[in-house]
Design a binder for this molecule. Structure first.
Ligand code: PLP
Length: 420
């Protein structure tokens, strides 16, 4: 018997299979420990700080005393702990329960799900919308349902991981064009003429760099080569454009972008959930074919209630959206004046470019000691040698909060040689 050959004493059949399982586990642990050690060795270990309060501009963090100014949430409009958003979530919880214990097509659709889908399509001025448990799921579910081996998808090389994974799952012909490079996109569109459908897929705003896709140019190329345009608006919905409709509104191409995927987990209340909005026939198809929709639970009522109220607030007035714009400008211009290099343009994602992974990580730790919560990003989240601290501005930061953040960066930057 296999294990008797390794041991000097005989084992029963049961003992033998348990020994084999333990050996396999020991082998796995050995492999995992080596992998974990290599991550630590590269200085790219991501540890999680523990927040003990609600999400907001001021939070409490385990191990730190007093209030901490939070500059790293996707809480762009401060709606994650807006009293009306919370109240709406509580009301939905009371009236519609904790959850549906079901997927949508079995017995998981409530009127609040239908109402939220209608509200999302009205907000984006599209024909229909479909909810998912997350935008990751919306991205995982769209390409495979929509595209066949007869079709082609053309994707920006820096698209979000969930778009990349969604595209991997589909059988269409795949083209990856250089980041925001319209010449390269055009060359790939020319090559893709031989396929039935062409879909250009891009983040509206890129989350690691704070740069905005050149949608005007993308849409005109799409028109020229008869392609569809898909955008992921996770870092745009609610706050880019005069009324917060997103990158397509900002760049004046709402009528030329065919499909929008976005999240309820960032500016729109920050709970969770994602969606696709676009032509009705596409949404009908997704309800029939999209695997993360068909095989995963429907959104919990409390989450639906929060997102629904966030959209109401944004459709009533654009005041919150506008206040974020001014604060972003203040931070970017003060940091540039202090000597930092901030990537991207006019987006509340303000990456402070530092280069070295360790420098980003120690500076972020020192910022926390000064009461400012920011996080260093390094490989594999961003390319090697392009580590940064990603600062995110929210409508609910005060001017004083922003000034305190810039002062702390200046002090810490001098201490670690990031500034002269
Ligand atoms: N797309 C982009 C560009 C994102 O930044 C994220 C989240 O980080 C997602 C998709 C996934 O969104 P969700 O958190 O709703 O799954």
């Amino acid at each position: 018997m296999w294990c008797s050959r390794l041991l000097s004493y005989p084992l029963s059949q049961g003992q033998c299979s348990s020994y084999r399982a333990r050996t396999a586990l020991a082998q796995l642990n050995h492999v995992l420990e080596a992998e974990l050690e290599s991550i630590r060795g590269a200085g790219t270990w991501k540890s999680e700080r523990v927040i003990t309060s609600k999400q907001g501009p001021r939070i409490h963090v385990e191990g730190s005393r007093g209030e901490i100014l939070n500059f790293c949430a996707n809480n762009y409009l401060g709606l994650s702990s807006h009293p009306e958003v919370i109240r709406s979530g509580l009301e939905a919880l009371e009236k519609f329960g904790a959850g549906l214990s079901s997927v949508r097509f079995i017995c998981g659709t409530q009127n609040i799900h239908k109402n939220l889908e209608e509200k999302i399509s009205r907000f984006h001025q599209r024909e229909d919308a479909i909810l998912y448990a997350s935008c990751f799921d919306a991205n995982a579910g769209i390409f495979e349902a929509l595209l066949t081996p007869e079709d082609a998808v053309l994707s920006d090389e820096l698209n979000h991981a969930s778009i990349i994974d969604g595209i991997r799952l589909c059988k269409a012909n795949k083209y990856r064009y250089k980041h925001m490079d319209m010449q390269d996109l055009e060359a790939k569109l020319q090559d893709a003429q031989k396929h039935r459908l062409r879909l250009v897929a891009t983040d509206g705003a890129f989350s690691m760099d704070g740069d905005v896709a050149p949608l005007k140019e993308i849409c005109s190329l799409a028109q020229k080569y008869q392609a569809l345009v898909f955008i992921d608006e996770c870092h745009a919905t609610g706050f880019l454009g005069p009324n917060g409709r997103g990158t397509d509104e900002l760049l004046g191409v709402m009528d030329q972008v065919d499909i929008v995927n976005s999240t309820l987990g960032k500016a729109l209340g920050g709970a969770a959930g994602g969606y696709t909005t676009g032509p009705k026939a596409l949404i009908d198809l997704l309800r029939q074919r999209s695997r993360p929709y068909l095989f995963s639970n429907s959104l919990p009522p409390a989450v639906v209630g929060c997102a629904s109220k966030a959209l109401d607030l944004l459709m009533e007035s654009n005041a919150i959206t506008q206040s974020m714009v001014a604060k972003t400008k203040r931070f970017r211009s003060k940091m540039a004046a202090a000597g930092f290099s901030i990537s991207g343009n006019d987006h509340p994602i303000c990456p402070v470019m530092l280069g070295e992974a360790r420098l980003a990580s120690v500076m972020a730790d020192d910022m926390l000691e000064r009461g400012i919560y920011v996080i260093g990003f390094s490989y594999p989240v961003v390319p090697k040698g392009k580590a940064r601290i990603r600062v995110q501005i929210s409508a609910v930061h005060s001017e004083d909060d922003i000034d305190r953040c810039v002062e702390a960066f200046t002090e810490v930057g001098r201490k670690h040689g990031a500034l002269p």
